[in-house]
Write a protein that binds this ligand. Structure first.
Ligand SMILES: Cc1cc2nc3c(=O)[nH]c(=O)nc-3n(C[C@H](O)[C@H](O)[C@H](O)COP(=O)(O)O)c2cc1C
Ligand code: SF4
Ligand code: SF4
Length: 282
């Protein structure tokens, strides 16, 4: 048994399920080692009003996960970290999943947000995954990931963090700067792109009322809680373009005029030159 006094919280957003899968892997290691199941919170369920964020009991270790969208963490995660109360005795492990284009500056920004709130950084990860924008392709960028090796690295991360919690001293935590691994050009590119840029350029979702049965599956799959049925599905400002509503609509009633995003994304990945892989730091 290790770290019996630390309360573990795993909070994540995961429109397409990969970040949730990473969260589950971490959760299993933590439960095996501590004998206590971590509190696991999907911010999508919070946004849809299906669950609420619990009060944090300290000492706490916050494992916070986000997919990389337009090089940054997704808005629900950024907002969650913005609104996080200051830690009394808090530790944090940010992790991101990315689709092989660029992991951007998401991880370092999440680490900085945790640090500002008084959480000491014990580790982090960027996990390669199939690119969720390319869900219509059979071999998208990042196809086959996360694989066993990626999962193994996540398990090592969890074990090392738990070990650190058992042997805390001033050398245990990491400076937020250590989470900044991108070359200056990529960091500059990250500064110039945001979810707002994506929203401004992405063709809008269109609803075909001939096909829509008002079943509500789109609203249930929205990680932003952005869809209300009035009675037709209406998309609100919280939408962050994950496309899950379109993906899971059983009748194909939702569409976007975005043919072949794969060609554009593969070109971007080649230009970025970031080695497609999973990396942990601790
Ligand atoms: C709108 C959108 C933007 C994305 N932006 C990036 C990006 O900048 N870099 C990247 O490598 N992957 C990007 N991805 C891919 C996701 O980061 C990746 O597939 C992630 O693992 C999805 O996590 P999830 O399965 O938990 O939703 C993007 C996906 C979407 C839908
Ligand atoms: S999932 Fe499709 S059919 Fe169902 S309400 Fe949404 S758009 Fe309409
Ligand atoms: S409205 Fe659709 S595209 Fe927008 S966040 Fe919700 S599920 Fe994703």
């Amino acid at each position: 048994m290790s770290t019996p006094n630390t309360h573990h919280y795993i909070v994540y957003s995961s429109p397409a399920g990969t970040t949730a899968q990473a969260a589950l892997t971490l959760s299993i290691v933590i439960e095996d080692a501590t004998g206590r199941e971590p509190v696991r919170i999907d911010l999508g369920a919070v946004a849809r009003g299906e669950t609420v964020l619990p009060e944090t009991t300290f000492p706490a270790c916050l494992w916070v996960g986000s997919p990389v969208y337009a090089k940054h963490a997704v808005p629900p995660v950024t907002r969650f970290l913005d609104q996080l109360p200051r830690a009394e005795t808090g530790f944090a492990v940010p992790f991101v999943t990315w689709g092989g284009v660029s992991s951007g500056t998401a991880l370092e920004e999440m680490a900085a947000q945790c640090h500002v709130k008084g959480y000491k950084l014990l580790g982090g990860a960027k996990v390669l995954s199939a690119h969720s924008s390319l869900w219509r392709e059979t071999t998208p960028l990042g196809a086959g990931h996360p694989n066993n090796e990626d999962e193994g690295l996540l398990r090592i991360l969890a074990e090392r963090v738990l070990l650190k919690l058992d042997h805390l001293n001033a050398d245990t935590w990491l400076a937020p700067e250590l989470f900044s691994y991108q070359p200056p050009k990529e960091r500059e590119a990250s500064r110039n792109i945001s979810m707002d840029t994506v929203k401004a350029h992405k063709p809008a979702l269109e609803l075909d009322t001939e096909l829509c049965t008002q079943c509500g599956i789109c609203a249930m799959s929205c990680p932003a809680g952005a869809i209300s049925l009035e009675p037709w599905p209406t998309i609100g400002a919280a939408c962050f373009c994950c496309d899950m509503c379109r993906r899971w609509c059983p009748t194909g009633a939702l569409s976007r005029a975005d043919a072949n995003p794969g060609d554009r994304l593969r070109l971007m990945a080649a230009q970025r030159g970031e080695k497609p892989g999973t990396r942990i730091l601790y």
